[in-house]
Design a protein around this ligand. Sequence first.
Ligand SMILES: [Zn+2]
Length: 159
Amino acid sequence: MQEKIYVSESMIGRGVFAKRPLKPRELIFYMNGKLIDFEKSIAHMGEYSVQIGAHSYVDPISPARYLNHSCAPNAGFVDDISLIALRPIVPGEEIRFDYSTTMLERHWELDCSCGAADCRRRIQDFDLLPYDLQQHYLELGVVQSFILEEVAALKTKAA
Ligand SMILES: [Zn+2]
């Protein structure tokens, strides 16, 4: 898979870049790493951890470790761990996903200055995104399955 990407310096620390053109929906790589629970996530590596369950996180190894956030992402995770392109990506372009598509924890937020025209200025949990944006990501299939389950459960409770 590494013929598709490389890790290099970006404007905000290290980032992941396309080595060759990537097509929409093309698999870029699988996220790999150690499974850790919420408490351990706080204790170490909080900043790199990717949430994959209500209380479980992956402490990803490279390259997933160096994926930066964008409010207008060109990639996203399907099936929880498969990073795919969401639009054509050209060689040398940084590959980023929207961190909110893997967040539902009420624990961590971050100011954002990703440079997107419609930057939200703050990275927050998925259910705090504008409704239309939630729908957009749901249609693309790039929302972690534990979030789908929790959002469905909340709707059932509210009904
Ligand atoms: Zn942003």
